[in-house]
Design a protein around this ligand. Structure first.
Ligand code: NI
Length: 210
């Protein structure tokens, strides 16, 4: 242990490693729990710094920030409108989950944030979100705004050319993290739902915190 006493930097490295490990482990355990059919959101990473301030542009072209949603819970999903299957399926489930909340539904705002702002300007987002739920908010912005929001939510994404080894051009897909995040009325992280959970499980998870 002498090297630790002599070298406080070592301590920082060890603490950092423990922090990263607990975040990863939290996520993994969360998924495991879901696979076992116990359902419900994972609260194992509660308190982890996910979310926070953002400034984006909604589907009407208006600049909005996290403050515009204060007082409501948010269900947040990142994706892109060209996504062939996973994003549409998740957004459909998200809308159904909100509807299952009955008279509490108005307390929860479903939000879709694109990680492909170049191909998803506000007018495109407007048509897209309307197809899923009348109250689904579609957020886009410039690349800096979108990447800052994704970073805050620990969402990873990358552009991959459709043709292997091809140019990015306009023909690309976006690999991205696919969690639905539940945020409380002050915008703090409450839980996340992994891909493939049913609307019923998500609704039950939200109700616990409403
Ligand atoms: Ni997708």
């Amino acid at each position: 242990m002498d090297q630790f006493r002599r070298n406080p930097v070592l301590w920082l490295i060890v603490l950092g490693a423990i922090l990263v490990y607990s975040v990863l482990e939290g996520g993994l355990l969360g998924e495991k729990k879901d696979e076992q059919g116990m359902g419900g959101p994972s609260t194992l990473v509660a308190g982890v710094d996910i979310g926070g301030p953002f400034e984006l542009v909604d589907q009407t072209g208006k600049t909005v920030t996290n403050a515009d949603f204060a007082g409501k819970m948010m269900l947040v999903y990142f994706g892109f409108t060209y996504c062939p299957d996973i994003c549409p399926a998740e957004l459909l489930i998200m809308g159904q989950a909100v509807d299952l909340l009955g008279d509490k539904a108005a307390d929860v705002v479903p939000i879709f944030i694109t990680v492909d702002p170049k191909r998803d300007p506000p007018d495109k987002m407007k048509d897209y979100v309307a197809a899923f739920h009348p109250r689904l908010v579609g957020l886009t912005g410039n690349e800096a705004q979108v990447s800052a929001a994704a970073k805050a939510y620990r969402v990873f994404y990358r552009y991959v050319p459709e043709k292997e080894g091809g140019e990015l051009g306009d023909d690309y897909r976006v690999d991205h993290t696919g969690y639905i995040y539940l945020m409380d009325r002050s915008g703090l992280y409450v839980a996340h739902f992994v891909h493939g959970q049913s609307a019923e499980i998500i609704a039950a998870g939200i109700k616990k915190h409403l």
